[in-house]
Write a protein that binds this ligand. Structure first.
Ligand SMILES: Cc1cc2nc3c(=O)[nH]c(=O)nc-3n(C[C@H](O)[C@H](O)[C@H](O)COP(=O)(O)O)c2cc1C
Length: 448
């Protein structure tokens, strides 16, 4: 295999044959690592190579390493001498170069590999593997005979990364703020591109609880009666829309998204939709043509709610309705969001916000003002849940999260555990609540 073939053919492999990796292969791969460049040729990285299943299981169970390591027979734990790492993380850079060589060698000899930075609690990893200071585990590399052949994930265009002689900002940079008001629509499009490159956008967003989705389905079903033309606005990755899709069989439904990437994902999950894009307006949809417009948890993600509603009004037919579902700022959800973005300090996209993008719950009274300004009328409103259904999901995920972050977690974040447990209990007691006042999920039904 020549170098170009290895460069193009290397994929991150996460599923392996259940056979041990022979020692000569391990040595060959490590030797490729040694050939990599290193600052002053110091080569201050080493590898703890693990083939013992029990140790791999401990890394998963006790240190919160990713579950996929259980599927590999040979795990390289790459460690870096941190004492000589002061100048631009030079030893970490050298380790990255070594891992790249090792991954290319693996392809060359018919093996698959995956580099992982999400390794879990480094202190626990050090304890389990008896790694002394100043060594720091910085990444894992799984190695084995592949049992999958994934296709190449999308890459950036050359023009997106290329500067000549000096930095030229050709394109808008993606934001990192959690707050939609800091974003432009174009930056949101960049975020959708970014998430789609990570494949995650195609996977259902796991923070919508099924009970919430069922409630939404019921309300949409009631409002579909007697309608013909339906528009769904900014479904993002299709998690909600795919649940509505079976209801759309006998309707003429168009889904409007900010980016082609979002269209592609909604398309892949639904059968009954046509698609259009939002440029600075809803493209290819005539004035006064839509009988029902469904906006589900979309206004929370955009900077210009009034602008989006204005466009919805433009395409709404004379007797049509707009159905807006939103997370209520004046509810337990809003308080939780305040806690996360306030005392817990999450102001930039991290954790689940990387995937969802910017998001902030909506104040019903502010939304009412926008609605009134546009001369739209609120026909009726409703709501459900006093406690967010998501606490159930947060609760399940928290154990893994705290294991991964170990001692790095602040006392405040540790304190989340009992709070989440208690909230989950409250959710179960109050889940049949269905009034708008303080409801977590609210909806307005609007008309012209
Ligand atoms: C520094 C680094 C860290 C990574 N961390 C993880 C990880 O924690 N888990 C994982 O499954 N893949 C991880 N990957 C693999 C990337 O997801 C993968 O390289 C990327 O999606 C592109 O796919 P490809 O390697 O098949 O081209 C990592 C890759 C690099 C270079």
């Amino acid at each position: 295999m020549n170098l170009s073939e290895a460069l193009a053919g290397r994929r991150s492999i996460r599923s392996f044959k259940l056979e041990p990796v022979p020692e000569n292969i391990i040595k060959e791969v490590l030797h490729a690592g040694i050939l990599a460049p290193a600052p002053s040729n110091r080569q201050q990285w080493e590898a703890v190579v693990i083939q013992d299943r029990k140790i791999i299981e401990r890394l998963y169970k006790d240190a919160g390493s990713q579950e996929q390591i259980l599927h590999c027979q040979c795990l390289f734990v790459m460690i870096v001498d941190m004492e000589f790492n002061k100048e631009n993380f030079s030893n970490v850079q050298a380790t990255a170069a070594a891992v790249q060589n090792m991954q290319l060698k693996a392809v060359d000899i018919g093996y698959g590999s995956c580099c992982m930075a999400g390794i879990g609690d480094v202190q626990k990893i050090k304890n389990i593997l008896e790694i002394p200071d100043p060594w720091l585990p910085v990444c894992f590399m799984m190695l084995g005979k592949p049992t999958e052949a994934p296709s190449a994930p999308a890459r950036k265009e050359l023009g997106e990364i290329y500067h000549f002689n000096k930095y030229s900002s050709k394109s808008e940079r993606m934001q990192s703020s959690v707050f939609p008001k800091d974003w432009t629509l174009n930056q949101l499009r960049l975020h959708q591109k970014f998430v789609s490159r990570a494949y995650k956008m195609g996977v259902d967003y796991e923070f919508y609880d099924q009970e919430e989705i069922e409630n939404i389905k019921d309300i949409v079903k009631e409002n579909l009666v007697g309608k013909k033309k339906v528009l769904t606005l900014l479904g993002y990755d299709g998690t909600i829309i795919k649940n509505l899709d079976p209801m759309f069989k006998d309707y003429d439904v168009i889904d409007c998204e900010l980016s082609q990437e979002a269209v592609d994902f909604v398309k892949s999950k639904t059968k009954n939709l046509k698609f259009t894009l939002f440029s600075d307006k809803i493209e290819n949809v005539k004035d006064n043509s839509m009988d029902l417009i469904i906006i589900a948890f979309a206004l929370e993600k955009i900077p210009t709610i009034d602008f989006m509603l204005k466009e919805a009004k433009r395409v709404l037919s004379k007797n049509g309705k707009i159905l807006v579902f939103f997370k209520n700022k004046n509810s337990f959800y809003g308080a939780m969001y305040k806690g996360i973005t306030g005392p817990l300090g999450v102001k930039h996209l991290e954790g689940f916000y990387i995937r969802s993008g910017p998001f902030s719950p909506i104040s019903a009274s502010m939304l009412k003002k926008d609605i009134e300004k546009l001369n739209l009328k609120i026909l009726s409103q409703g709501g459900f849940f006093l406690v967010p259904a998501e606490v159930k999901i947060y609760n399940e995920k928290f154990a893994g999260y705290s294991k991964r972050h170990g001692k790095k977690l602040s006392v405040l974040k540790y304190g989340m555990k009992p709070v989440l447990g208690f909230s989950n209990m409250l959710f179960n007691i109050t889940k049949s609540y269905n009034k708008p006042f303080m409801a977590v999920t609210k909806y307005f039904i609007l008309e012209k």
